[in-house]
Design a protein around this ligand. Structure first.
Ligand code: SF4
Length: 317
């Protein structure tokens, strides 16, 4: 499977570079799997957070490269360090030992072969938690075929359906085409399935898809189209999570303010208009609450996260 890195077309960027020989593609990563942080997160959607929190693993590098990425230190600035299959498995098992509800892999599209190998190694050593794939949805059908056997829950973003907006946000106009196809496939293969209430402690969602959409101020037309798409194509087949935590990081042409109450109310009205009632709508938060600093042992506010592994120190005690 690692041969996929030899002439890398793992994602729609289709770089065709030999990452095994140390060359980096658009994702800025060679064939080495690099991680930045792992810990128990308390701020994910309720069916994912459950009572034990989500066991989140942050992968370094990214194949999309949003101009407004809150994790830019690791997604675009190279922070993190290489881990082998055994260390990845050990991190998963540590998260399980600490009570995580699931293993939540964030932005690993450019590292699918190494991550699948790591999950399989962890499972052979006793990992029983469901694994979540938390991604931009800028992924190919071939990559999703590799993931399907080990992934229980998908958390794809649907950032925009407008090619011109995609060009502004992440320098590719084909994002809408690939993201729609990826999400339709995820919903087809992973219908919403809930754990029986009271049968097990933990989150109610056993498998399925939660589609995330981050509202970008001044780009509300894009949000309206995403909500319309969800109402027509995904209502009843997936949950929707509308996120309001856009934080300006002074990048290029992006808005330099967070979302305001008028925009919030507008979106509330659209959710009603499109009869979307299964999902989550994040409350408005302050500007910097969600900005992590991956230089710190706990990159997030302590109420949101309990750190368990860090790229500088390894497993934290
Ligand atoms: S995974 Fe990286 S190197 Fe491979 S095609 Fe995508 S951006 Fe290019």
């Amino acid at each position: 499977m690692l041969d996929s890195y030899k002439h890398c077309v793992l994602c729609p960027r289709n770089c065709g570079v030999d990452r095994l020989s140390g060359i980096k593609g658009y994702c800025r990563e060679t064939a080495e799997l690099r991680l930045a942080s792992a810990g128990i997160h308390w701020g994910e959607e309720p069916p994912i957070t459950g009572t034990g929190g989500s066991g989140t693993i942050f992968v370094s590098g990214c194949n999309l490269g949003c101009r407004f990425c809150q994790n830019y230190q690791i997604s675009q600035n190279g922070m993190g360090r290489a881990v082998g299959v055994e260390e990845f498995a050990r991190i998963c098992l540590t998260l399980q030992e600490k009570g995580a509800e699931n293993i939540n892999i964030v932005t690993g599209t450019h590292a699918v072969p190494a991550i699948v190998a790591g999950i399989k190694a962890a499972q052979s050593q006793g990992l029983t938690l469901p694994v979540l794939w938390n991604s931009s949805a800028y992924e190919t059908s071939a990559a999703l075929s590799l993931l399907d056997p080990v992934i229980a829950i998908y958390l794809p973003d649907l950032k925009t359906l407008d090619p011109m907006t995609a060009g502004i946000f992440f320098k590719t106009t084909d994002y809408p085409q690939y993201a729609q196809a990826a999400i339709l496939r995820m919903m087809e293969n992973h219908p919403l399935t809930y754990k029986k209430r009271g049968a097990l402690a933990g989150p109610p969602l056993a498998s399925g898809v939660i589609i995330r959409h981050l509202v970008v101020p001044l780009h509300l037309d894009s949000t309206r189209e995403v909500l319309r798409w969800f109402g027509e194509k995904a209502q009843g087949r997936a949950l929707l999570s509308v996120m309001t935590q856009y934080t300006p990081i002074n990048a290029g042409p992006m808005p330099n303010r967070s979302m305001n109450e008028q925009e919030y109310d507008t979106i509330l009205g659209w959710l009603e208009e499109f009869d979307i009632d299964e999902g989550f709508f994040q409350e408005l938060d302050s500007d910097t609450e969600w900005l992590p600093d991956f230089n710190q042992p706990n990159p997030f506010a302590s109420e949101h996260s309990t750190p368990l592994w860090h790229w500088k120190t390894g497993v934290l005690t």
